[in-house]
Design a protein around this ligand. Structure first.
Ligand SMILES: Cc1cc2nc3c(=O)[nH]c(=O)nc-3n(C[C@H](O)[C@H](O)[C@H](O)COP(=O)(O)OP(=O)(O)OC[C@H]3O[C@@H](n4cnc5c(N)ncnc54)[C@H](O)[C@@H]3O)c2cc1C
Length: 388
């Protein structure tokens, strides 16, 4: 076993580092949970695509570089270290992209992937419904076949950035007589379709990061379905595996936060040393981020040898979401009462974006399937315990 990077990997790292140094916007972009910030981030996606850095693991003919997962991890490390903008198209490139590669037809890949890579189409995810969050098999929004179209009626909720996104990938009940996991299909549709009403929902930080989507007899061509009719559940579970197990939250994100936390601790040692738990938690954060990185390298190597992501992806999701809360809580404690100021407050000093990060970290144990649900999955499918 050689635990070091190859010459090719080192060259790749240097190439992305140089490109980012020349291209990352000097001034941070506005939040992508605002209309203006959303468009600024879309333009950044276009720039990344011009450099063919949008999604390095995709095949060259679809705008990628045909990289393996280790190279993707290297890309992510450089991306986060460079302080590059958050990816407004993460639902597309990290979730739907891999799903289309595996389950989409050739026409669907050609139609959707290049526009996804360039940011021309930004995607939202339409799975949750008011009565179907953790219990996603309770989905009721119907897609009734009418010739070569589906007619969709019902409601989705908590759809991230659906207020400004262009397209939605969703799970819909195509067999009206079906129960639970059966009779669901994975369908793609433009959010500007006739019959769609989008109602923004404000998040804890006051920005409209979410939306409810109402479907009133929305007509969608059958050719927008991915995979067989009724096979939506299994396809969605493959997407969820990618989301929890690998792509949505790369370790580099948490390694960067851990480094920032250490720097914050070093600047505020006096305050921090008043509470001995702070030092412990700073160390725990660094160790957690490094452990997560090593574990992800192991997963990537396993997948490269033909392995699959399975139910153990749930352990990952619990780990990174709890780590993120710990890191942000520790930063809030170091900053003390100043932590609650806005970054531009006169007495803000170096409070930076810790408050915003803290509020978002609280969502980590909820999105991509709550941590309680992940624990159920681990109990039943990894440990083989009886069903609750
Ligand atoms: C930041 C963020 C972004 C999101 N983005 C999207 C998106 O883009 N698209 C989308 O479709 N959805 C999105 N969601 C929604 C998310 O998937 C749901 O919030 C989540 O699945 C939980 O569903 P719920 O909110 O209906 O809670 P509920 O399912 O009502 O759960 C409430 C509580 O009960 C617990 N619980 C429920 N069932 C069980 C059980 N069987 N055993 C133990 N505990 C249980 C849960 O863990 C939770 O603590 C997002 C959520 C957040 C926070």
């Amino acid at each position: 076993m050689r635990l070091e990077y190859t010459e090719k990997q080192k060259k790749f790292r240097a190439e992305i580092r140089d490109w980012l140094a020349a291209n990352v916007p000097r001034k941070p972009l506005k939040s992508f949970d605002t209309k203006e910030g959303f468009e600024e981030h879309r333009a950044w996606e276009g720039k990344l695509n011009e450099g063919r850095w949008s999604m390095v693991t995709w095949p060259k003919e679809l705008g990628g570089r045909g990289c393996d997962l280790i190279e993707w991890l290297i890309f992510e490390e450089e991306y986060w270290s460079a302080g590059a903008p958050l990816r407004v198209n993460q639902n597309g490139i990290f979730l739907l992209g891999p799903t289309l590669m595996e389950h989409g037809s050739e026409e669907q890949k050609q139609k959707f992937l290049p526009r996804m890579a360039s940011g021309a189409d930004i995607w939202a995810q339409g799975w949750s419904e008011p009565g179907a969050g953790s219990d996603m098999a309770a989905i009721r929004t119907k897609a009734v076949r009418d010739g070569d179209h589906y007619v969709i009626s019902g409601q989705k909720t908590w759809s991230t950035r659906a207020v400004w996104a262009d397209w939605l990938f969703g799970l819909f009940r195509t067999d009206p007589n079906s129960q639970r996991h059966h009779g669901l299909s994975f369908v793609l549709l433009p959010l500007k379709s006739k019959g769609i009403t989008i109602r923004p929902i404000k998040q804890l930080n006051g920005l409209t990061g979410f939306a409810e989507i109402f479907f009133d007899d929305v007509r969608v061509p059958v050719e927008n379905r991915i995979g067989e009719e009724g096979a939506g559940w299994n396809i969605a579970m493959a997407t969820a595996g990618f989301e929890r197990g690998l792509m949505l939250r790369s370790p580099a994100r948490f390694q960067k936060t851990a480094r920032d936390l250490i720097a914050l601790y070093q600047r505020h040692r006096d305050a921090a040393d008043r509470d001995p738990m702070i030092k412990d938690n700073v160390m725990k954060s660094w160790m957690g981020a490094e452990s997560y990185a090593l574990s992800t390298y192991r997963t990537a190597s396993r997948l490269a040898r033909g392995g699959q992501i399975g139910a153990e992806a749930s352990t990952n999701k619990i780990f990174w979401s709890e780590l993120d809360v710990l890191m942000h809580e520790t930063a809030m404690k170091i900053l003390g009462p100043r932590a609650e100021l806005m970054p531009d407050a006169p007495d803000g000093g170096d409070i930076d974006h810790w408050l915003d990060g803290y509020l978002f970290s609280l969502a980590g144990p909820i999105y991509a399937g709550t941590n309680e649900i992940q624990k159920n999955i681990i109990a039943e499918r990894v440990l083989g315990l009886p069903r609750a």
